[in-house]
Design a protein around this ligand. Structure first.
Ligand SMILES: [Zn+2]
Length: 315
């Protein structure tokens, strides 16, 4: 089939302008182009181990490679890896980080509980392997900006009984928080969850206030959801939710961890949990196109597509 002259011209203009997101633009012709786009992938959870239930650990490398190839075709501005990239051993990173290294776009990592589930004593290496010790305050949380948007990455392993060596003050503080939740019979009082510590929460509030002052729109990433409620949310989900809801700048919060995925909307903010790559035989990932009035989340594999409107934005 021959491309129409109009489409050819548009494609040429896009190439000449150095357009870095070609997904919808090149194909739709008349449709307005997104401002930019970013990729999302969650719970790759690679380990060199036989399948367990619905988790096919060794298949994760092929599924990740497929996502990387697609991203390289679509050319997003960046890709966010939403946590639990590996499981079981620090050496698991040697199988997946080189695949992510083939991405042409920069990768932003988010720490997950299974990232911390490495050999005893090696937990502090995880932030180094993911380069998170070099971002923000070096504790796994940080932010970055692009074209009027602020992207805020939270570290839900800040308080964790998994991500720090046994006997450490971090595990003691996390155990105290978990025990308190257990006395309330909270469904998320589980060792596989984690929390956001006081210093990070204060940093989040400062970062959101600065973004609102600069009239930026904000997207938050955290391995653990704060909504919908369930057994997989952050230990202090309510505190983080209150901070997000209090900010007029926040548009969406993307997470992983709950492998079946999920969605909730509250106060005009979208809470999206991506489906886990490690589940089943098909991959699951998304490309989020940013427009002035909405985010168009295009799902691939098992991930559904969603339109996330921006509150207060006029079409
Ligand atoms: Zn997880």
């Amino acid at each position: 089939m021959t491309a129409s002259p109009r489409r050819t011209v548009i494609a040429s203009l896009a190439a000449a302008a150095g357009a870095w997101y070609l997904g919808a633009f090149a194909l739709s012709g008349a449709a307005p182009a997104p401002i930019f786009a970013f990729g999302l992938i969650a719970d790759v959870q690679y380990r060199d181990a036989a399948p367990s239930g619905t988790r096919f650990y060794r298949e994760s490398t092929a599924k990740l490679a497929e996502a990387v190839e697609r991203c390289n075709q679509l050319r997003p501005a960046f890709v966010v890896q939403l946590g639990d990239l590996i499981d079981g051993s620090l050496a698991s990173y040697d199988a997946v980080l080189p695949i992510l290294g083939r991405l042409r776009a920069p990768v932003y990592h988010v720490a997950g509980n299974h990232d911390g589930a490495v050999e005893p004593g090696l937990q502090p290496e995880v932030l180094r392997r993911l380069g998170l010790d070099r971002r923000g305050p070096g504790r796994g949380y940080y932010d970055f900006a692009r074209q009027g948007w602020r992207f805020v990455v939270l570290n839900g392993n800040d308080l964790s009984v998994i991500a720090y060596p046994e006997g450490s003050p971090e595990v003691a503080a996390a155990t105290a928080m978990l025990e308190k939740l257990k006395t309330r019979n909270a469904p998320n009082a589980q060792t596989w969850n984690g929390g956001v510590g006081a210093a990070q929460l204060a940093w989040l509030e400062r970062t959101l206030a600065r973004a609102a002052g600069a009239r930026e729109r904000v997207v938050v990433f955290c391995h653990f959801p704060v909504l919908p409620p369930g057994s997989a949310t952050l230990w202090n989900d309510r505190e983080v939710l209150a901070a997000l809801e209090a900010s007029p700048a926040v548009v969406a919060d993307f997470s992983g961890h709950e492998h079946r995925g999920g969605y909730a909307e509250q106060g005009g903010v979208h809470f999206v949990t991506l489906r886990g790559v490690v589940e089943g035989h098909d991959s699951a990932y998304a490309m989020v196109e940013v427009y002035a009035d909405r985010l168009e989340m295009k799902g691939f594999g098992r991930e559904p597509s969603r339109t996330l409107t921006i509150r207060g934005a006029s079409r």
